[in-house]
Design a protein around this ligand. Structure first.
Ligand SMILES: *Cc1c(COP(=O)(O)O)cnc(C)c1O
Length: 448
């Protein structure tokens, strides 16, 4: 009968544990470390009282508290190796930044001349270095950038159509993911949605509804395709309708931020910003961190008077970019303007040399005892749905591929792979060649 109280007496005191865990105190602070150690002791006491186990060793109590703290305070996002075969992987932070963009972020992180004119010592304009680049990179008269494309759309609607009607095709009332639902965004921006056409067919002539129309909105169905008996009005037709029948602007949300038409097969059907403007859109909206390959941002480019209206709206201040993203976006746009698109990791991945990829895949398969099969890297990020680039994929058949994948995610750096049937699949297209070595080592260890 006395066994349990005796055992309980062996439980260490919390203050002794705190003294034994200086690393937890320095990593998380004394208060949090003490709480976590006390919770570990409480759990151990309950375990002993219920006869489910013995008093744990001090190291075990400290380790349990450490695991708790780590789970509760995971710290900033960690670098992961993306071997999952999706280039713009929303869950993995969408577009990885180029080296130049990373350097720019680092430089801007301290004091910087974000809104300061070094020549005169007077206040400078925040948009001075970014806005001309937006125009130059897209061929637009003017541009501004805000928090993301959803914010850009809210801003445009609020600035140009508050309290009035906006015509949208029923085939374009999209949900992009992460709660971006067009009807809700429009309601939040204070405009009245007027649906025209049908889900599968909308013609230019359908855009005649409404009594107080402020603008026509065309939204690229980024993440789905309607096929079969379908029809949509193109940008040129809508621009004509907007101008002729309503005298209102046409706003086109193209989504991905493809700046110019690309010949890449994986991007067929993806509208570019430049083409949309050329075809007559008055404003074009897109994301900064999809095919543009930069930081999270939303771009609004087009007619100078409309951009100015957006920039003047109070929401522009609420939705503006911080210095880190201004820095990254400027560096990314400069790479596009230099024609050095291969410096932008999204494009480096999409256009990676096939022969080099084949060699890397063969070398990895060799080292881990896998095989190379033909697969597809998805563009991802809501761009080019279901489309991708043909890629070699390393397949490693193993008894418990889910376990192997979990172990790969567990280590440092975490490696994210795909599991298909009885195999782990590694797509190197999105992996920096400098990481091939660590992928090989960790895969061998996890599957071995
Ligand atoms: C991705 C996407 C958005 C949302 O972009 P965020 O930058 O994530 O806000 C909006 N519209 C379209 C058409 C998209 O593809």
């Amino acid at each position: 009968m006395t066994a349990r109280p005796v055992a309980l007496a062996a439980l260490p005191r919390v203050d002794a544990l705190v003294a034994a865990a200086p690393q937890l105190v320095s990593a998380h602070g004394r208060a949090a470390a003490t709480d976590a150690l006390r919770a570990a002791v409480d759990r151990a006491r309950a375990t002993v009282m219920e006869g489910r186990g013995d008093v744990p060793a001090v190291e075990d109590l400290v380790a349990a508290a450490g695991a708790d703290l780590a789970a509760r305070r995971p710290g900033p996002p960690r670098r992961v190796v993306n071997a999952a075969g999706v280039v713009v992987h929303t869950n993995l932070g969408r577009a990885p930044l180029s080296q130049a963009a990373r350097r720019a972020v680092d430089e801007a992180a301290g004091y910087c001349d974000l809104e300061y004119d070094l020549a005169t010592g007077a206040r400078g304009a925040r948009g001075a270095r970014l806005e001309p680049l937006l125009a130059e990179a897209t061929g637009a008269q003017a541009g501004i950038a805000v928090n993301n494309a959803a914010a850009a759309l809210v801003l445009v609607l609020a600035a140009l159509a508050a309290g009035r009607e906006v015509l949208v095709s029923r085939g374009e009332l999209v949900e992009i993911g992460g709660s971006f639902r067009l009807p809700e965004i429009m309601a939040a921006a204070g405009v009245t949605l007027v649906e025209v056409g049908t889900t599968n067919r909308t013609r230019a002539g359908d855009y005649h509804a409404g009594s107080d129309v402020a603008l026509l909105l065309k939204v690229h169905p980024s993440n789905y395709r309607i096929s079969g008996f379908v029809e949509e009005a193109n940008v040129a037709q809508l621009a004509a309708v907007a101008g002729r029948h309503h005298g209102v602007p046409l706003v086109h949300d193209v989504g991905s931020g493809l700046l110019h038409d690309a010949s890449d097969r994986a991007l067929a059907g993806e509208p570019s910003v430049a083409a949309s403007l050329r075809d007559g859109a008055d404003l074009v909206i897109c994301s900064g961190d999809k095919l543009l390959g930069g930081p999270q941002a939303g771009l609004v480019v087009g007619r100078i008077d409309l951009v100015a209206s957006c920039a003047r709206h109070p929401l522009a201040r609420a939705l503006r970019l911080d210095k880190l993203r201004v820095a990254a976006l400027v560096a990314t746009l400069e790479a596009h303007l230099r024609g050095a698109v291969e410096e932008v990791p999204v494009w480096a991945a999409l256009r990676a040399d096939r022969a080099a990829l084949d060699r890397r895949a063969a070398a990895l398969a060799d080292r881990v005892g896998g095989t190379v099969t033909e697969g597809v890297t998805l563009v991802g990020g809501g761009s080019a749905p279901g489309q991708g680039v043909a890629s070699p994929v390393v397949r490693l058949v193993c008894p418990r591929p889910d376990e192997v994948a979990r172990e790969l995610r567990d280590g440092a750096p975490p490696i994210v792979v795909r599991v298909a049937d009885d195999a782990v699949e590694v797509d190197l297209r999105t992996v920096d060649p400098a990481d091939d070595q660590v992928v090989a080592e960790r895969l061998t260890a996890a599957a071995g």
